[in-house]
Design a protein around this ligand. Structure first.
Ligand SMILES: [Zn+2]
Length: 320
């Protein structure tokens, strides 16, 4: 079962979180594999999307905010788009769109920033957003200041947290076909009174961060939370924190519905929908997150758009 744990270290200005997605992540992969139009993700894409999803859970769980956090990579390489969305109660969904073959072993720079035009957005969307109010959006660079590519999702998020949030962050991520996992260590803002007498805050953070970085990929993916934390921090006074009220284990959920698709078609406009009907005979909309397919024939569409039904025959068209 998927799990998330929050912890601190007694006497040190350091906090941490550990996430391991098993069923939630396998759900994402299984739905994609069942989509006959796309088939399963190639391994480098599955790894990147799994790491992105684990990172999104860690960031979402680390802030006080009523709404969804989304990490969205817009790529200019074989990977066109990767999205991981996590709600306040840790319901999550994730998807990726390819526009070319992903070579075996390809990393983040080759997959999404082949021509230097890729970018990563960090989006906070309030649960009760007023009409017309845009979500909060930050841009995480895919390269360092000097232009050198950041090697992976963890590097991008660490860099973003330092630059945008002024928070020293160490992040270790891993994903495969069974699990997506991540360990995040963060320096707490110094409030002047929390330092251990014989040790500077700097040293405490560095020591914990170095220990976190010794986590091996197989350990991250294979050990459950307590076993991993005990192995890494056995000499430290680690205190587990209780989960905030209203949260439970991370799990896959897609809130899409026929009503939402209908609303989207209405937003698309009568002319556009009628053009698709003329060409294809039916409007078929697939949800990239869960694989749900909704079909609207001319009669359905007429009901939505209050236009005379145009009975036409033909194929199908998928809208994103
Ligand atoms: Zn869906």
């Amino acid at each position: 079962m998927s799990e998330l744990h929050r912890f601190i270290f007694e006497g040190l200005p350091v906090r941490g979180q550990w996430v391991r997605l098993t069923d939630a992540w396998q759900d994402v992969l299984r739905r994609r594999a069942a989509n006959t139009q796309t088939g399963a993700y190639p391994p480098p894409v599955a790894q990147l999307l799994g790491e992105l999803t684990a990172a999104a859970v860690l960031l979402r769980a680390g802030i006080k905010f009523d709404g969804a956090l989304t990490l969205q990579i817009q790529g200019d390489g074989p990977l066109k788009l990767a999205v991981a969305e996590v709600q306040a109660d840790l319901r999550l969904r994730a998807t990726a769109t390819l526009q070319g073959a992903a070579p075996a072993g390809a990393g983040l720079p080759e997959l999404v920033n082949a021509h230097g035009r890729g970018r990563c957005l960090v989006v906070l969307d309030p649960a009760h957003r007023r009409h017309g109010q845009p979500p909060q959006q930050g841009v995480a660079a895919l390269t360092e200041e000097g232009g050198a590519p950041l090697p992976d999702v963890a590097g991008v998020i660490e860099h973003y947290m330092r630059q945008s949030e002024q928070l020293d962050t160490t992040l270790v991520l891993a994903a495969d076909a069974q699990a997506a996992a991540g360990l995040l260590i963060q320096r707490l803002p110094d409030n002047g009174g929390q330092r251990a007498a014989d040790e500077g805050a700097e040293d405490g953070y560095r020591r914990i961060a170095l220990l976190a970085q010794t986590a091996q990929r197989a350990e991250l993916l294979g050990l459950d939370g307590m076993a991993l934390l005990r192995r890494l921090f056995w000499q430290e006074k680690l205190l587990l924190l209780a989960s905030p009220p209203g949260t439970s284990a991370p799990r896959f959920t897609c809130p899409c519905s026929r009503e939402r698709v209908a609303a989207m078609l209405q937003g698309l406009g009568r002319q556009e929908v009628e053009a698709i009907l003329r060409e294809q005979g039916v409007v078929e909309v697939g949800c990239d997150f869960c694989g749900r397919q909704e079909r609207f024939d001319a009669v359905d569409a007429a009901g939505l758009l209050f236009t005379p039904a145009q009975a036409l025959m033909g194929g199908t068209q998928t809208l994103q």
